[in-house]
Design a protein around this ligand. Structure first.
Ligand code: PLP
Length: 423
């Protein structure tokens, strides 16, 4: 289709024509041609209830009849207030304050600004850099690009524009790692903190699952150890739960696996069930209360036009209700077991020479190939079997909607395996 729409992450010369989506239901979206595709990625991991969920659609309709939008500068409305209360209730204890924005990237920008201003307000103006991890991905805005993996990430072209931050090695200990394996990773993190803590405002990480940077999974022990190191070195801890939040790692938040409360936590994607773009940056009393003071510097100078949009807040509230009433954590546990059985236990797949590793955590599964070349053509191959797959680099993954049926999960894992095992 000829269109003025400029697609993301696409090479204009080689990109295939984008099929036109006209609707969707449950785990499938529907193309203009009538073709139904089972979405193995749930639209960049946000459509956790699938498409066309009647309760979510009704919530947006009802809210649209009452109030579509109003600024949050100096005003408040019921959906924003209620959602903030709910987020405080469900997130790790101590995250009592909610700052809204409109996307995961902006939510992370807010988190970084908040951390830096906190350090200024508490007498540490020299702590003006971030500490991030290799393999990290935190978004595409300028501030976020600067804390994405500077080598394997996709933003090296912009290095001249970006502020320089510190990076620690990506954790290598798997989810079920031994204490020694975790210690090895924490030792590397400690090394960077020892050297640079005086100039670091915050350590930011995607807890347990570094998503777009290569679906790298690690241990709750690493997350808990990072919390202790941050306390030791006077550095704030920011969890980017944009991808991991709302069940993706098997618990409501990845932080819950480690019983850790970060100082700041960012949510987006599944927050609204994917139905509208929105984000929330939560902070503890310690961070929030540092902003109570008399100087002009005490005001937090950020305020996106669409922060706290009533439609987004209302659908987020409904999404959460469905999540809890329909025991989504139970669904995710079943889905995870099935992914483990069908992928981790497949000997032919795991022994295949093109396969570097196979990993499953919660409702996330990845087959890591040795080379991105191996995955060329996999999208078309899957589509011929009715499945929408879109690998990232050398990682062929699924992050399905939580309502995906057992038979549909098998359809996804069959096509992922068949790509490697076909004659
Ligand atoms: C962990 C993480 N942080 C931040 C972002 C950026 O979110 P957005 O695309 O909504 O700006 C993403 C998006 O994939 C993500 O996975």
């Amino acid at each position: 289709m000829n269109t003025p729409v400029w697609h993301p992450y696409s090479h204009l010369k080689t990109q295939a024509p984008a099929p036109k989506v006209v609707g969707g239901e449950s785990a499938h979206f529907v193309l203009e041609s009538g073709e139904r595709l089972l979405d193995a990625t749930c639209s960049w991991w946000c459509m956790i209830h699938g498409y066309g969920h009647p309760r979510l659609v009704a919530a947006i309709r009802e809210q649209a009849g009452e109030l579509c939008h109003v600024m949050l500068g100096g005003l408040i409305h019921e959906p924003a207030d209620q959602l903030a209360r709910e987020l405080v209730r469900i997130t790790p204890a101590g995250l009592n304050h909610v700052f809204y924005s409109d996307s995961g990237s902006v939510g992370m920008e807010v988190a970084m600004k908040m951390a830096l201003q906190y350090q200024v307000l508490t007498g540490n103006p020299g702590k003006a850099k971030m500490l991030s991890l290799m393999k990290a991905y935190h978004g595409d805005t300028t501030g976020c690009m600067a804390v994405c993996d500077p080598e394997e990430g996709m933003h090296s072209l912009f290095s001249g524009l970006l502020p320089q931050h510190h990076f620690a090695p990506a954790p290598t200990a798997p989810f079920d790692a031994t204490a020694e394996q975790v210690e090895h990773d924490l030792h590397a993190l400690r090394g960077v903190l020892e050297q640079y803590h005086h100039e670091i405002a915050a350590l930011l990480m995607e807890p347990l699952l570094q998503a777009a940077g290569g679906l790298n999974m690690t241990s709750p022990g690493y997350v808990a150890g990072a919390r202790a190191l941050c306390d030791e070195f006077g550095v704030l801890l920011i969890f980017d739960e944009v991808a991991t939040g709302f069940g993706r790692t098997g618990k409501l938040f990845a932080a819950d696996h480690a019983n850790v409360t970060p100082d700041i936590m960012v949510l987006s994607k599944g927050l609204t069930g994917g139905y509208l773009g929105h984000a929330a940056t939560l902070a503890t009393d310690r961070v929030h209360n540092a902003f109570i003071g008399d100087s002009p510097q005490h005001a937090f100078m950020h305020g996106p036009t669409f922060m706290g949009n009533p439609l987004a807040c209302r659908v987020a509230l409904e999404s959460l209700r469905v999540f809890e009433e329909e025991n989504y954590l139970g669904k995710i546990a079943r889905l995870s077991q099935q992914l483990q059985h069908e992928l981790l236990e497949d000997q032919a797949l795991n022994a295949h020479p093109a396969v570097a590793d196979v990993r499953v955590l919660g409702a996330t599964a990845v087959i890591e190939a040795h080379s991105a070349e191996t995955l060329k053509g996999v999208g078309d191959f899957a589509r011929a079997s009715g499945v929408w797959l879109r690998p990232i680099g050398r990682w062929l993954y699924t992050m399905p909607a939580y309502i995906t049926s057992e038979a549909e999960i098998t359809q996804i894992t069959d096509v992922m395996k068949a790509w490697f095992l076909r004659a």
